[in-house]
Design a protein around this ligand. Structure first.
Ligand SMILES: C[S@@+](CC[C@H](N)C(=O)[O-])C[C@H]1O[C@@H](n2cnc3c(N)ncnc32)[C@H](O)[C@@H]1O
Length: 284
């Protein structure tokens, strides 16, 4: 039997790939991640029938390289997530954040929530469950949850709304039976959840297609992969994208720093309120 040696990534090739990943996504890959990158990309090289990384670098830099760059990002991103992860955020959402927004929605105001790095969807579906539990007729009003991610594979999963048993294990049985239908070993999100959700591919480091503002942004467990400049710029962009009094939730090991920290007031653990006056007034 012939045993094929997997291609290996030289220091120079690693630096070239890490630079592309950083330019495209803001994600920093340190030298310590070389083995991980290789393990993930070797599968990609096999799928493309490429024997070594020199050819892969050439493909990424070729005129058709943009689509392969998206595949590479998909391979390097970490998509770990869970329903009601950091449950205190959902307690704050239910108790403090949603009541005035529901009142506003009932009076006809547009209300928008954004899960800005939604991975396979557990986070935005947890937001939607929280909304429906306080506001069962939400779909009759102008309230939407936008779920976006850089990784098209994750966005497709989130949009499909079908979760394996391992993913729903942490959900309270009452939530599971109310909001999901079991099909074999999978659980499918019900129509009421889907009716208040929208999905799209979005790179946080690119232009955002929004003309209005959000009331709530969840951007959790993603800036830990970014460098300081990319992270601080993102906080400033969130401040501009939130209504005055809008809420920003970030991951437990993340911190709000740079110029935007003067704009946000701490409202709870890794939960911030925008104190800047709203430039536009209208929601997204
Ligand atoms: C660890 S998951 C976090 C998921 C969820 N927010 C949570 O806390 O459970 C990080 C997600 O960030 C996404 N991501 C990484 N870089 C991004 C970027 N530049 N723009 C948008 N999403 C990005 C990844 O694709 C991945 O799905």
């Amino acid at each position: 039997m012939r045993v094929e040696t997997p291609p290996s990534l030289t220091t120079d090739q690693f630096s070239r790939l890490a630079r592309i990943v950083h330019d495209d996504s803001g994600i920093v890959l340190t030298e310590a991640k070389r083995g991980l990158l290789m393990a993930r990309l070797n599968r990609r090289l096999r799928a493309l029938g490429l024997a070594e990384y020199g050819a892969y670098c050439a493909l990424l830099n070729s005129p058709g390289g943009a689509s392969e760059r998206r595949h590479m990002l998909s391979a390097v991103t970490t998509n770990v997530t869970a329903f009601f992860r950091e449950s205190h955020h959902f307690d704050a959402l239910t108790r403090q954040v949603l009541p005035p927004l529901i009142e506003a929605a009932r009076k006809g105001r547009r209300v928008r929530l954004w899960s800005a790095a939604c991975s396979s969807g557990e986070e935005p579906y947890s937001m939607a469950i929280s909304v429906l539990e306080c506001f069962p007729d939400a779909a009759r009003y102008d309230l939407l949850i936008l779920a976006t991610d850089i990784d098209p594979v994750m966005v497709a999963k989130a949009q499909a709304g079908v979760f394996p048993e391992t993913s729903v294990q942490g959900l309270a049985p009452a939530k599971l039976s109310t909001h999901f239908t079991r099909t074999g070993t999978s659980y499918e999100a019900g129509a009421p959840l889907r009716s208040i959700m929208r999905f799209a591919e979005l790179n946080l480091h690119h232009e955002w297609p929004f003309s209005g503002q959000f009331d709530v942004i969840f951007c959790r467990n993603v800036v830990i992969y970014f460098d300081g400049d990319a992270r601080r710029l993102l906080w400033q962009r969130f401040a501009a994208q939130l209504h005055a009094g809008g809420h920003l939730f970030i991951g437990h090991s993340e911190r709000l720093d740079g110029p935007a920290s003067a704009t946000f007031r701490l409202a709870g653990p890794t939960h911030y309120v925008n104190t800047a006056p709203s430039p536009a007034g209208q929601s997204v």
